[in-house]
Design a protein around this ligand. Structure first.
Ligand SMILES: N[C@@H](CCC[C@H](N)C(=O)O)C(=O)O
Length: 258
């Protein structure tokens, strides 16, 4: 079967994107998904996304990590799927769509995509780190000299050592100014550092605010692959109106025999 695919990237977090409204893609074939994401033997990506029809909203997003397993929410993948839905003519500039963690509102202005995340109140504070779930599980830990920090080795150690087989994504954060932070992420399911993680930078921004490392409700994030913004409001113990904003771009289109 000849499969038409698109390649998208959001601040360097890259995805194979497939229009699966016909439901032709073999969704349970973990090996196929992993081989399409393989950077040497396949197309190459941090994950694969299927855009499907949805009864309750404009479309449904199904996300797989590069290891071929279905993942939890992907923030950058969500932003890229919104850009893809616009490219396909399914939406105009505003949308509501379904994902593994429920419905999301979003908007797109040229290549700038703003994705609303679920409200969040459960933030676990530990002496050296914070753990929270922004649609995907995230460990957030502050470090010094982030650019020379060994994200791969330290991330891998924590991902398995602290969180076992089910694991967590591991984010390392350094303050740049009152409202700006650098974030590097070891991603579960990719089992490597990626250039950006949308749910990870959202977790980092909320964790910084929760620990009073910033008083701003509009936090700028420098990921390795580009800049993102996380905006939110706080209502008692609950973070609401959380928006992740940044660029999402189509890179190329192709066909592959599967
Ligand atoms: N790249 C993602 C995070 C994807 C989720 C993850 N790797 C998992 O399943 O744990 C993002 O942009 O949020």
């Amino acid at each position: 079967m000849l499969l038409t695919f698109y390649k998208y990237q959001g601040t360097g977090n890259d995805f194979v994107m497939i229009d699966n409204r016909s439901l032709n893609f073999p969704k349970k074939d973990t090996k196929l998904v992993a081989s399409l994401c393989d950077r040497r033997f396949g197309i190459g990506a941090d994950g694969l996304i299927l855009l499907e029809n949805d009864e309750m909203s404009d479309f449904n997003m199904v996300y797989y990590n590069a290891d071929g397993n279905e993942g939890s929410l992907c923030g950058n993948g969500g932003r890229c799927t919104i850009a893809f839905a616009k490219y396909l003519g399914i939406i105009e500039n505003e949308t509501t769509f379904n994902a593994v963690d429920g419905l999301h509102n979003a908007s797109i202005d040229n290549e700038l995509v703003s994705l609303q995340m679920q409200d969040l109140s459960d933030i676990k504070m530990k002496p050296n780190y914070v753990f929270l779930n922004t649609g995907s599980p995230h460990h957030v830990q502050m470090v010094k000299n982030i650019q020379s920090f060994d994200v791969f080795s330290e991330g891998k150690k924590l991902r398995y050592g602290l969180y076992g087989q089910s694991g967590s994504n591991i984010n390392f954060v350094e303050s740049i100014s009152d409202d700006e932070f650098a974030v590097r992420t070891y991603e579960r399911g990719v089992e490597d550092e990626t250039l950006s993680c949308g749910t990870g930078v959202t977790a980092a921004a909320l964790a910084m605010h929760h620990q009073q490392k910033t008083t701003s409700s509009e936090v700028k994030i420098k990921a390795q692959g580009g800049n993102l913004k996380v905006k939110f409001s706080k209502d008692g113990d609950t973070y609401r109106n959380i928006y992740l904003t940044g660029p999402a771009k189509q890179v190329f289109k192709g066909e592959i025999t599967i």
